[in-house]
Design a protein around this ligand. Structure first.
Ligand code: PA5
Length: 439
């Protein structure tokens, strides 16, 4: 069942700082060219991302690789950063990874995404992992990312130090682009001599758009998720584009037009607030996707991830009463009636007799609705997205939706969604400082 998107709370005059109907319609019209472009790239295959939702012939291979790797494993460690990690984390959360109160209680294998590089974390991990029953997946499209190379090199050293050198080819798996055109791939050069097998990274799909490739689906399959259903959900988001629906009936076009029309009216920060623990990583993934794809040539809007209801006790004050520079997307899930129910005796004891008979989900549902309405009543434009439930299909749909929305927004802004030239300068400087650092 597809999600329901509404921009009722994002339009003026209903919401005082919403977008006027004519301004929205004009921007929405401009998305038609982007939709044509997407259909063209789907037809000629030049944007492989668009063929993934319908692709099924690679799923068995991913599932088998996941089974082989995870057999007998207590722990699976994912090495890789940014787009090589966040998609996997987002899907893994569906299986309980990094869900408060649940993540640590998951059945083995335990999964560790070493996305950020931190000397203490990595040293502790290697010191405490049962190395003989741990598996490592090193993911890097380019094969040249410093963080991932360093992580992989120290894992090799740890395995060797533990007398496991002969088993490296069994304990470690690589995922990177094939070598071509004489271009160096440091990750392959490092791992292949130890017999580490490699899965191929799709050369036409960039990191932050790779969640529907083996980059995201391998960790999902390790955790037993239905990866075919994730692709099917993604197909639902793409369908209205391929079916040549008018832009007003393409949720990604509506979302992109809304963001850009509001940006022109000073709403240069975009908040994605999700009311479900299993969508927390999605908000982080979205922040990277939106920021790295659109922040170019002085353009773009600043994404912020938020989680409900907890961030009502953190950021909401600022959202409602702080600078008037934000648009909001509030994602809610059918929560009413779900979860443990409050007994009347305890409701009375804690001084909240109205809690009697209500479930935790009842409160979360009420809060999500109240937040969207309070923002709107205070003049803040809000787009709402409602899901029946968080599962493989709905998450696949959301992921594809936001990737399409980002690409369409890039077209409206006139920037290239697929590069990230500004981060190169810092990388070069960091390497210079590293060389100068004392041993
Ligand atoms: O989205 C992107 O392109 C980046 O965030 C990359 O995923 C990140 O820099 C890691 O790159 P690589 O996969 O080449 O190691």
């Amino acid at each position: 069942m597809p999600f329901v998107q509404s921009i009722d709370f994002a339009q003026s005059p209903r919401v005082s700082e919403g977008v006027p109907a004519d301004a929205f319609a004009a921007t929405l019209k401009r998305t038609e060219a982007a939709l044509d472009w997407l259909r063209g790239r789907h037809a000629d295959g030049k944007l492989p991302l668009l063929r993934l939702p319908a692709q099924r012939d690679d799923l068995d291979g991913i599932t088998q690789a996941a089974r082989k790797l995870a057999a007998g494993a207590t722990d699976v460690v994912l090495l890789g950063t940014g787009g090589s990690s966040l998609g996997g984390q987002t899907l893994a959360q569906l299986a309980g990874h990094a869900v408060p109160g649940v993540g640590l209680l998951r059945d083995p294998p335990r999964i560790h995404f070493m996305d950020n590089l931190d000397p203490e974390s990595f040293a502790s991990l290697l010191a405490r992992l049962p190395l003989a029953t741990s598996r490592f997946v090193a993911i890097s499209k380019s094969g040249g990312t410093g963080e991932t190379l360093m992580q992989s090199a120290v894992v090799l050293a740890a395995l060797r130090g533990a007398g496991l050198e002969k088993r490296i080819g069994e304990l470690v798996l690589g995922l990177s682009e094939p070598v071509s055109g004489g271009k160096r791939n440091g990750l392959r050069d490092l791992l292949e001599p130890f017999g580490v097998p490699f899965l191929e990274h799709d050369t036409g799909v960039g990191g932050r758009f790779s969640v529907l490739t083996n980059v995201g689906l391998l960790p999902a399959a390790i955790l037993g998720l239905n990866i075919g259903a994730i692709r099917a959900g993604a197909a639902a988001a793409l369908a209205p584009v391929l079916e040549r629906k008018p832009a007003a009936e393409v949720p990604a076009a509506v979302g992109a037009a809304l963001s850009m029309a509001l940006a022109e009216r000073g709403k240069r920060t975009t908040v994605l607030m999700a009311y479900a623990d299993k969508l927390e990583r999605l908000t982080r993934w979205y922040v990277q996707l939106w920021a790295e794809s659109l922040g170019k040539d002085g353009k773009g809007t600043t994404p912020i991830g938020a989680l409900g209801p907890v961030d009502q006790h953190s950021q909401l004050q600022l959202f409602i009463a702080g600078p008037r520079d934000k648009m909001f997307t509030v994602i809610t899930v059918d929560a009413a009636g779900k979860g443990p129910r409050i007994e009347a005796e305890f409701a009375k004891l804690c001084g909240e007799p109205d809690f009697a008979g209500k479930t935790i989900g009842d409160l979360v549902a009420a809060q999500g609705r109240a937040t969207a309405e309070t923002l709107a009543k205070n003049g803040c434009p809000v787009r709402t997205i409602h899901l029946k439930k968080v599962d493989e299909a709905s998450l696949g749909e959301l992921l594809m939706h936001f990737m399409l929305e980002t690409i369409i927004a890039a077209h409206l802004l006139g920037v290239d969604a697929f590069d990230q030239p500004a981060v190169e300068e810092g990388k070069i400087l960091a390497k210079k400082y590293l060389v100068g650092a004392s041993a």
